[in-house]
Design a protein around this ligand. Structure first.
Ligand code: 5GP
Length: 120
């Protein structure tokens, strides 16, 4: 498992505008921005605006409209980046075994070129 939500985590600071980010999309439910250390030609992170530590936390606690709004924002982000035709990959690391670094739920969106079977 993971500890309770930490308001000082780096993505919370990006949401509050305390740290800059290259934004792709922002609405009531989500913020999408480019990863600082891209692992594919296009590598974007999409985060919900609420205080959720992980995909499990989000799925258990977020209101249905927030969950729908978040996933629609993931799809809209991919469309905005021109990834819809070529395809893309969505991934979320949860907890220790997955190597989750930032304790605010996020999904990675990878694309822009053939990605191979999996990213390490
Ligand atoms: P995780 O390992 O938690 O799934 O992924 C965290 C991701 O956040 C990593 O891909 C890392 O490069 C990215 N990241 C960490 N700090 C920052 C930051 O300050 N700005 C941005 N744009 N990305 C960050």
């Amino acid at each position: 498992g993971l500890p309770p939500y930490d308001e000082g985590n780096i993505f919370a600071r990006i949401l509050r505008g305390e740290i800059p980010a290259r934004k792709v999309l922002e609405n009531d439910h989500a913020l999408a921005f480019h990863d600082i250390a891209p692992q594919a030609p296009v590598h974007v992170l999409v985060i919900p605006k609420g205080p959720y530590v992980s995909v499990s936390d989000f799925s258990e606690k977020a209101a249905p409209e927030a969950v729908a709004g978040f996933w629609r924002s993931v799809a809209e982000t991919a469309r905005k980046l021109g990834l819809q035709d070529g395809g893309f990959r969505v991934l979320s690391n949860m907890g220790h075994h997955a190597g989750q670094e930032v304790p605010h739920f996020h999904v990675h969106v990878f694309g822009g070129a053939p990605l191979g079977p999996m990213l390490a």
